[in-house]
Design a protein around this ligand. Structure first.
Ligand code: HAM
Length: 425
């Protein structure tokens, strides 16, 4: 026998029968909502020049340092599968000189990202992000619009129990001094830090603040707080973000240790964290923030920006844990008695489908019992048997699959009957 080939570890298939329908519901809801907020969809390739991620996400981050799928193409170029969507969006923003065409740009995207991570529930090597990026405004109203979108989106999906954690990382005027005092504090406790954080202390000291190990957390709790070190501009910005969130009745908690794993942030940073245990430790559903320096540092015009990325696998896990059904079962199942009724059955099925109804049949035909079993399995609401007698009389008995008396219908009036039945679901 030939050997089976399995899918790649950490990369999942999504099948119909409940799962893909949950994805489609999320995607549909996102697209509709983004339209209301005036965001247009951006589609970029899955592969970019490796330098794009090194210069944006940062060389010393876990994402670039350990997790990128990087390879050389046949022309000797170093390319990487995108680990996130912000850098490609900025690259496209600059490349198409979008800021020459409009002062404010609002984009969203939805697609696969790749990180070579240790796999567990909610953490995969290919995962899908829904994200948005808004360019052109420094105003806190823009930060809050992005947060409002996320809040409305989670609400539209019926997900409660996701909390907004908010922080600021300051900017070039105030962060360096705070970072220096943080490093001094961490050096004083160096022996207490975990092995990873001993290394981070040299490469990316802010990340020590969100290390999950107990010993590092106790060092982090005593560390100097960015909020005590903010310059006037950053303080006013943060205060206004909080005030506007209050005006929109969006609850949040300030988390001074929320630093994020990417280097490009300035000022506002945030994460939406779920409390449902179905996600295990992968409880951050969405994360993002402001990055006012990135467009310029990648060779574009001086353009402030803010956005978020949301992990769709995590969201779908949360949604499915609510027990909600997303499939749309057939409204009618048609069984045929014999070869003679097969053609007429197919003609009627096709006509009903053309009229917009969800209709199924078993292409294998077979006994009435086995066809009815199939009707039950696919969750049809009604089933209809077409045989010689029904075709001659133009009438049939509609079986209600959930139970109840059969309903006599005229075959010519089936569409009308199904329309009326739809109105009663
Ligand atoms: P991020 O925090 O790296 O931010 O990713 C955003 C979200 O993607 C996470 O909160 C999580 O839900 C999901 N995610 C990340 N890694 C994985 C994984 N291995 N498996 C499953 N889900 C994952 C960014 O990527 C930024 N680009 C967000 C942003 C946009 N900031 C500004 N604009």
């Amino acid at each position: 026998m030939s050997q089976k080939i399995s899918g790649v570890k950490g990369m999942n298939d999504v099948l119909p029968g409940g799962e893909v329908e949950a994805w489609q519901f999320v995607e549909r809801t996102a697209r509709e909502l983004f339209q209301r907020y005036g965001y247009g969809e951006l589609r970029t390739p899955a592969v970019e020049d490796t330098a794009l991620f090194i210069r944006s996400v940062g060389e010393d981050t876990d994402i670039v340092g350990k997790e990128m799928y990087t390879f050389e193409d046949k022309g000797g170029r170093s390319l990487s599968l995108r680990p996130e969507g912000t850098a490609p969006a900025v690259r496209a923003f600059i490349e198409h000189a979008v800021s020459n065409q409009e002062p404010v740009t609002r984009w969203f995207y939805l697609g696969p990202m790749f990180r070579y991570e240790r796999m567990k529930t909610g953490r995969y090597r290919q995962f899908s992000q829904l994200g948005c990026e808004a360019y052109g405004s420094r105003d806190p109203a823009q930060d809050v619009e992005v947060l409002d979108f996320l809040w409305q989106f989670l609400g539209a999906l019926g997900l409660s129990g996701v909390r907004l954690h908010l922080n600021t990382l300051g900017d070039d005027a105030c962060r360096p001094a705070w970072q220096a005092s943080l490093v001094a504090h961490l050096r004083g406790q160096q022996g207490t830090l975990c092995a990873d954080c001993q290394r981070r202390l040299e490469t990316n000291p802010l990340r020590v603040l969100d290390c999950k190990s107990e010993q590092c957390q106790s060092v982090a709790r005593a560390a100097p707080d960015i909020h005590g070190a903010l310059c006037n501009g950053c303080r006013a910005h943060f205060e206004d973000v909080k005030r506007l969130l209050g005006a929109l009745s969006i609850p949040f908690e300030v988390d001074p240790r929320l630093v994020r794993g990417l280097d490009y942030y300035t000022r506002t940073t945030f994460e939406f964290i779920a409390s449902d245990p179905v996600l295990g430790t992968a409880s951050t559903v969405a994360g993002g923030g402001r990055y006012d320096k990135l467009v310029k540092s990648l060779g574009g015009p001086d353009t402030p920006a803010v956005g978020f990325g949301l992990g769709l696998e995590r969201l779908v896990l949360l949604l499915r844990a609510t027990g909600r059904q997303f499939t749309a079962p057939p409204e009618l199942f048609v069984a045929w008695m014999d070869d003679a009724s097969r053609t007429e059955a197919l003609v009627r099925i096709s006509a009903l489908r053309r009229a917009g109804f969800r209709v199924e049949f078993d292409p294998r035909g077979g006994s009435l019992k086995s066809q009815m079993k199939r009707a039950d399995k696919v969750g049809a609401r009604f089933a209809l048997v077409l045989g010689d007698a029904e075709l001659k009389s133009g009438e049939a008995q509609l079986k209600q699959m959930a139970g109840g008396e059969p309903v006599p219908v005229k075959l010519a009036g089936l569409g009308e009957f199904l329309s009326a039945a739809r109105a009663t679901t």
